[in-house]
Write a protein that binds this ligand. Structure first.
Ligand SMILES: NC(=O)c1ccc[n+]([C@@H]2O[C@H](COP(=O)([O-])OP(=O)(O)OC[C@H]3O[C@@H](n4cnc5c(N)ncnc54)[C@H](O)[C@@H]3O)[C@@H](O)[C@H]2O)c1
Length: 349
């Protein structure tokens, strides 16, 4: 059993950008040993192995067959989910998987059932659930439910331009292609979608409008870009509340960044920026309560929750399982379905 070991043997599947957010904590944790790295572009796995030690693979199933692991990190693009998770299930290895959890709703529903049936400890990478600001508001909303939620993630277009995030990182090769990433709403605004569920409760129906063709007029838009430049997605909660979430990747003069507002009968919570700083207003009180969001320590918090759960077998530290994260992903994918059909969509989990 893992709890008898001094160190958990951990392997990474996917060695791109987001591995750089997990590795600083994993590599300095006394109870973690990085023993294997896998990437379909094997040079990326080799680069990590050169720095941290461990074996190198180009395929998750091969890695899980060859190396005894206590836990795996699945850090791959939206389109690549399925096989790595199934390899972990076959090998009986607990895993943390980055969001979103898939791109094909039918396969994701099936995968979530397979993972649940395996009984494995899993963690979906919705790190905002570990923020004090978010959990303070969640506590308030248990007693005073959300009536209206609105949120957005507004940024600039992916450009072929020196210094542009998408031009200089591997994510630029798949993010701008809707069939690969699912689009900005699924790939990025999924964090806000997940918070809308975590704070507000389960969503039953969505309706989406999209804006297209604006970014494609830009002379230096990244090749193969075919995303919705913006989306507006209305949602109905099972408890009767409503939400409106928006994405935009077309704001070159400065976006609105990340925000999320929650209005309940006696409380208003206003989250701002990626860190989700919050101001909480209470009816009848003059001063708002302010909580700063964590910045540098949010990925370590999430990693620690997962590693501790695997070590102890106590899953209560994990705030989002694969099954729960799959529901947030299915909700975001339902918005794409509404966009395609032009109709409201009942969300199937
Ligand atoms: N939690 C967050 O805030 C956050 C931030 C950034 C990215 N992410 C998520 O992390 C995931 C990866 O993003 P990224 O920025 O690291 O992308 P990336 O393109 O930089 O890296 C992904 C890596 O996975 C590799 N890969 C693809 N298919 C694979 C497979 N089947 N097996 C093994 N390796 C495979 C690619 O070669 C690439 O090196 C995405 O889903 C993204 O949404 C999360």
């Amino acid at each position: 059993m893992a709890e008898t070991k001094d160190k958990l043997r951990v392997g990474l599947i996917g060695c791109g950008g987001i591995s750089g957010s997990h590795l600083p904590h994993l590599s300095t944790s006394e109870d973690v040993e990085l023993v294997a790295f896998c990437d379909v572009i094997v040079e990326r796995a080799q680069k990590h192995a050169d720095k941290y030690g461990g074996q190198v693979f180009d395929d998750a199933a091969k890695m899980l067959g060859a190396v005894e692991l206590d836990a795996a990190y699945i850090l791959i693009p939206t389109y690549a989910h399925g096989a790595p998770e199934r390899a972990c299930v076959a090998a009986g290895v607990p895993f943390l998987v980055e969001k979103p959890l898939g791109i094909d709703p039918d396969d994701l529903r099936k995968l979530a059932q397979e993972v649940e049936a395996s009984g494995l400890i899993t963690c979906a990478g919705f790190m905002n659930r570990y923020r004090d600001s978010v959990n303070r508001v969640k506590g308030i909303l248990q007693e005073d439910p959300a009536i209206l939620v609105d949120g957005a993630w507004v940024g600039s277009p992916p450009l072929v331009k020196e210094g542009d995030y998408f031009a200089k990182n591997p994510i630029g090769q798949w993010w701008p292609i809707k069939e690969k990433s699912g689009g900005q709403f699924v790939e990025q605004v999924i964090h806000t979608v997940d918070l809308a569920r975590y704070l507000g409760g389960e969503v039953t129906e969505v309706f989406a409008y999209g804006a297209r063709g604006f970014n494609q007029k830009l002379p230096n838009i990244i090749p193969n870009y075919n995303l919705d430049d913006a989306m507006v997605v209305s949602m109905k909660y099972a408890h009767g509340g409503v939400a409106n979430l928006m994405s935009c990747c077309a704001a070159r003069a400065g976006g609105g960044g990340v925000f999320l507002n929650v209005w309940a009968s006696g409380h208003t919570a206003r989250f701002t920026e990626w860190a989700h700083h919050v101001k909480i207003h209470t009816a009848g009180e003059k001063e708002a309560e302010e909580i700063k969001g964590d910045i540098a320590d949010i990925f370590p918090k999430e990693d620690r929750a997962f590693i501790d759960a695997v070590k102890s077998g106590d899953r209560s530290t994990i705030k989002c399982t694969h099954a729960d994260g799959a529901r947030s992903t299915l909700l975001a994918l339902a918005a794409n379905e509404s966009l395609e059909t032009g109709k409201p969509v009942q969300v199937r989990y």
